[in-house]
Design a binder for this molecule. Structure first.
Ligand code: PSV
Ligand code: MN
Ligand code: MN
Length: 386
């Protein structure tokens, strides 16, 4: 097959961008503001639409409630459509309320749990108004000290809360459950790992699926193994892509370890998990504190595209033969050949053939958009929870 034929495997592949990547966010230390930062969700969507217009890869924007609360969600969805994108997952927020000091969906007090469930009902309502089909839940609950709370009772209360949330979904909605092994609590998170997330999803039903955030694992974790296992179980609902050196760094995906991103995408591509019908939502979960936000997002979606392109180049027949023959080095070489292939020219050709700029980053820089928003938007807001 020619490179262009192989790369036709990218047709239909899309990446969802987070609204919070366009706002000022990203660290519990100094948050550096960028000139032109959006002042409201409408402007965040306008910026996200730029990324899609230049790359053809990012037609959806995730919202985060309450950061993206507006009066008229229909108007926000219409605004997105006018800009050539649409609303993606609705992210709930359980980590900024004093009532949740000792837990939200796991809290011992039924009133606090009811409040946390109610917040998700608001999110489901927003889904109906915006056409979103994914409700994404990252549970920040956990404990700092052994004996602080009953680990088991917290799981039971969580299961009950999740059941109420799941019951509120419409038939075409999914519940995406994210896990994280540490932070904001450090002894035990209540959904620390993919096993816990999977068990809750399996108890809820088919439309409950796991979100894998690449920054939410201990150093050295073999993430592609988890990807494979969740795909086998039919429960890989989504990715939160980002890059990390130390913790949950939320940096540009593929920047620290492009090889890891390739290995993940190779697992995905080996079973067609990149195809739209697989249902895996490839989202970004990133913050851009010192770099230009729109450029950061362009680089991110291009990094994911590039990793997938390389993954599609893997000679699967040769790989299987080598694996079955016990040819350890031969099999590894097949994978590395694909990884070492420079696909940038072929991807530029493909973009050009689709009426997109060959070099989206250069096109963005030449467009004058950054200067335009810097001049037009004074006082961009702090978007996040730093
Ligand atoms: C916190 O770790 C976090 O980064 C989670 O990954 C969520 O997906 C995100 O915040 C937005 O709520
Ligand atoms: Mn995440
Ligand atoms: Mn995170």
């Amino acid at each position: 097959m020619s490179p262009q034929e192989v790369l036709s495997g990218l047709d239909g592949f899309t990446i969802e961008v987070p609204s919070w990547a366009y706002g000022n966010s990203g660290t519990r230390f100094k948050v550096f503001s960028t000139p032109g930062t959006p002042r409201d969700p409408f402007e965040k969507i306008a910026d996200a639409a730029r990324v899609h217009a230049l790359t053809g890869l990012a037609p959806r924007v995730s919202l985060h409630i309450p950061w993206d609360r507006v009066e008229d969600y229909g108007a926000l969805a219409a605004h997105a459509e006018e800009h050539g994108v649409r609303i993606g997952a609705i992210n709930s927020n359980l980590f900024q309320d004093d009532d949740y000091k000792f837990g939200s969906l796991t809290h011992t007090d039924p009133k606090v749990r009811a409040k946390a469930v109610e917040h998700h009902l608001e999110c489901v309502d927003i889904m109906a108004k915006t056409g979103s089909t994914d409700l994404k839940l990252w549970l920040p609950d956990g404990t700092n000290y052994a004996g602080q709370a009953s680990l088991r009772a917290r799981q039971d209360r969580l299961a009950d809360s999740l059941t109420q949330i799941y019951a509120a979904l419409e038939p075409h909605h999914r519940l995406l459950v994210e896990y994280k092994f540490f932070e904001p609590y450090f002894y035990a998170m209540d959904i620390p790992d993919w096993g816990t997330a999977l068990l809750h999803c399996q108890a809820l039903g088919d439309r409950a699926q796991v979100v894998l955030d690449t920054g939410h694992h201990a150093p050295g974790t073999n993430i592609e193994f988890i990807v494979m296992q969740l795909l086998r179980a039919g429960r890989l609902g989504a990715f939160d892509f980002n890059s990390r050196y130390y913790a949950d760094d939320d940096l540009i995906v593929g920047s620290a370890d492009p090889f890891q991103l390739f290995r993940i995408m190779a697992e995905i591509a080996s079973v067609g998990g990149h195809l739209p019908e697989s249902g895996v939502n490839f989202m970004l979960d990133q913050c851009h504190n010192i770099e230009d936000k729109i450029a950061g997002q362009i680089r991110s979606v291009l990094n994911v595209e590039q990793a997938l392109a390389k993954a599609l180049l893997v000679d699967t027949d040769a790989l299987t033969s080598a694996e079955e023959a016990g040819d350890v080095i031969g099999a590894h070489d097949v994978l590395m050949d694909a990884f070492h292939t420079d696909v940038r020219g072929a991807l530029a050709d493909r973009r050009e053939a689709r009426g997109l700029p060959r070099d989206p980053m250069a096109a963005y820089r030449a467009s004058g958009y950054a200067a335009e928003i810097a001049a037009g938007r004074i006082g961009g807001t702090q978007a996040a929870w730093t």
